[in-house]
Design a protein around this ligand. Structure first.
Ligand code: AMP
Length: 572
């Protein structure tokens, strides 16, 4: 069932934030939980990370707090500091248009004095780990007498970690009228027991799955860390040379970013999402149908009306949130008796979604390895040699032969000549030499693995200033690396520059490329990896152009914001 957020009776501030975040429709757990929570009912929800559960309780929470009153009106308990930061960041994003609303994360490991100050200034929503929340309650720096909503997030994990007593002590401090909500991936007896004690006639919500049949097309998945998905996409495109392919992202923002990155690398790509007017949508679809677009990037909603028969491949850049969408997506290929392939990128924290898809569809989705840079070079070399053969077979080479003649008089053989030409063609088009490091097969860095949950960058690096890690991921596309390497130019030494603009100011890769190329005259193609965070970003520039770019960009504006730019601190 598809439900628009507009139909849930939400305020315009929250709807605007949801639109900014690029959510197109409510996820199944949101569809089920939001109406009960808005009514003030206690809810016990079974949902895992990745299903949109934070927004499922966050959206109604924001609708039920008064930004003008400064006391703590809602509290969220999370098992770990990383989750507390992440939840606070998501709530902060949802509350971005609610003036005066403060979401404060409190967790162990951060200086408690800073939290005293934050609490004293007044935070309507507090998100914390049980130990630290209890500490504040005992010191009197946090009060729950006027708190009307308490959420336990990942309740099963909190119990497993031994927080039961702390949780009970905290819930005891809330009033009888306090709306209480549990979210948990599993529902062991201990949770139900706790629910019986603290929840008042709760509504149970759970994502129920029907069994679905998938079309019989070849399905494979690749394990890819989130920040390397763009490299992985280029790799698949380079290895297969598809003429008509659909890429699915879960948000409109994702569609825009992936489309821009593809276009910057010279692909005939366009995006389709709910923000486009009908006329624009029709034009994009017509161009895709006629072959004018090779890669169409779309959200689930936008692709629903898409009726194209000869799609060779579907790529799930983001694994879909529910099984039905998986079935719809991959059903776009292999139509009308043709063969088709579906690839799904799965980041470490999305493994469970893949398991669900397999469980409910009984589909066979084999794990596969992404082609290495060497594989791609070999594939492209073969393609090039085939073209050479075809050109020889076609004849009409007299003009070129006349040009070769003088070389032979200079003691070069035709073999030398052919090899040199091939080398030039390979270098221009795809060859990176033997020793180029393959980012997709590089060992994960400390940073990648920091939270042991796989792929959450940066979170927790700046306690108290949460960044939305997935946005950081999302904005991080290596525009020059990967197999195509900006049309195959050899790598040059790059410097990382820091700019004080980020996704909060709606800055996207194309704004950065446009501004840098426009202000400094350096070609957009020479710009390397771009990594966009909430309030800042990093851009890689060839080292010999870095000073020029700093000079040219200082004081310029991007999206109306004055730019400060400097060389970034080296990565740790
Ligand atoms: P969570 O289950 O709360 O960890 O959410 C997983 C990810 O899905 C987060 O990055 C959310 O921002 C995102 N998300 C939540 N709701 C939606 C939605 N309705 N559409 C697309 N993405 C969403």
């Amino acid at each position: 069932m598809s439900i628009r957020f507009e139909d849930l009776g939400l305020s315009k501030e929250v709807l605007k934030a949801i639109a900014d975040m690029g959510f197109e429709e409510a996820s199944p757990i949101q569809v089920q939980a939001i109406p009960h929570l808005l009514e003030g009912r206690d809810v016990i929800g079974q949902a895992q990370t990745g299903t949109g559960k934070t927004a499922a309780f966050g959206i109604p929470m924001l609708e039920r707090v008064d930004a003008r009153a400064k006391h703590t009106q809602a509290i969220v308990l999370c098992p770990t500091r990383e989750l507390a930061i992440q939840v606070a960041a998501e709530l902060g994003n949802l509350a971005v248009h609610m003036r005066g609303l403060v979401v404060l994360p409190v967790y162990g490991g951060q200086p408690i004095e800073r939290q005293f100050r934050g609490l004293a200034k007044g935070a309507q929503i507090v998100v914390g780990t049980p130990g630290r929340v209890l500490d504040h309650l005992q010191r009197g720096t946090l009060k729950l007498q006027q708190t009307h909503l308490a959420v336990l997030d990942e309740a099963d994990e909190m119990l497993d970690m031994g927080f039961r007593d702390d949780i009970e002590a905290i819930l005891e401090k809330t009033t009888k009228e306090c709306q209480t909500v549990f979210f948990s991936a599993t529902m062991p007896p201990a949770i139900l027991d706790l629910a019986r004690k603290y929840l008042n006639n709760p509504e149970h919500v759970k994502i129920t799955q029907k069994e679905l049949t998938v079309p019989s097309i070849e399905q494979q998945y690749f394990e890819v860390r989130s920040h390397l998905k763009m490299d992985a996409l280029f790799r698949v495109l380079d290895a297969h040379d598809y003429r008509k392919l659909l890429v699915f992202c879960s948000t409109k923002r994702g569609v825009d970013e992936v489309t821009t990155n593809l276009q910057t690398r010279g692909y005939q790509a366009d995006g389709l999402h709910g923000n486009l007017a009908q006329g624009q949508r029709d034009r994009v679809m017509a161009r895709f149908r006629s072959g004018g677009i090779e890669v169409l990037v779309a959200t689930d909603v936008a692709a629903r009306g898409l009726d194209v028969d000869d799609v060779e491949c579907v790529i799930n850049f983001d694994i879909p949130n529910d099984v039905e969408n998986y079935v719809h997506r991959i059903g776009r290929t292999g139509r009308a008796g043709r063969s088709g392939t579906a690839f799904t990128f799965v980041s470490p924290r999305e493994q469970f979604k893949l398991r669900d898809i397999v469980r409910y569809t009984k589909a066979r989705i084999d794990q596969s390895q992404l082609p290495t840079l060497r594989d791609v070079t070999a594939i492209k070399t073969n393609r090039l040699l085939d073209q050479v053969r075809a050109t020889m077979a076609g004849g009409g080479l007299e003009r070129q032969m006349a040009l070769i003649e003088p070389f032979l008089e200079d003691d070069y053989s035709t073999m030398d000549m052919a090899a040199a030409l091939l080398k030039m063609l390979m270098q221009q088009n795809f060859d990176h030499g033997e020793n180029q490091e393959d980012p997709l097969y590089a060992k994960p860095t400390y940073k990648d693995d920091r939270f042991g949950r796989g792929d959450r960058p940066d979170r927790g690096e700046r306690p108290g200033r949460p960044d939305r890690g997935d946005k950081g991921d999302r904005g991080s596309f290596d525009r020059n690396g990967g197999a195509r390497g900006a049309k195959g130019r050899p790598r040059v030494p790059m410097s990382r520059l820091f700019l004080n603009v980020g996704s909060k100011m709606h800055v996207e890769p194309r704004d950065l490329v446009g501004a840098i190329a426009g202000e400094t005259g350096i070609p957009g193609r020479s710009i390397g990896a771009i990594e966009i965070h909430e309030k800042f970003c990093f851009v890689e520039i060839p080292t010999d152009m870095a000073d020029e770019v700093i000079k040219g960009m200082t004081g310029s504006q991007i999206r109306g914001y004055k730019v400060a730019i400097e060389k970034a601190q080296p990565k740790q």
